[in-house]
Design a protein. Sequence first.
Length: 165
Amino acid sequence: MSLEEPADPFVIDYHGEFVFPLPPEQLWAYLERVERFEQHAGWLSEFRVEGNGLATGSVLCGVITPPLPYRMRLQVDLEQCERPTLIVASVHGDLEGRAQLLFAAVDGATRVEATWRIEMMQRPMRIAARRAHRLLRWGHNRVVEMTVRGFRGHLAASGAPPRHL
């Protein structure tokens, strides 16, 4: 993370890569169990799916509570889902933007490349972002880390071999 202040303090640009211990087809099958998302993520509540789960045209809705004193209502429109290689989505609500997940086979595992650009829309978040963008970015990154760690834990509990790269 750069120590420079961003050009737009209301925007978070993110790029991360993670490896999971299943081939892409098996990882995708695990992700298709969208009804379990809320159980796997302590920061997610009021989760619901409109449509056919992890499929183009579906809409995921919920409330995110990061380790900071605010909550965000989000709607994620799945614009493109190509099993088992790609998810492209638009994000609406207290955050606005676009996101993409690319899945690639790597030595019997899956590398997931996550990229998104989101803008904070809540007035309190925008006020905070003017003075504490790094803190909001920290909260964002903690949610990502908790998600990846929790997901790896659930994969391990389901019998997937542990693998941390």
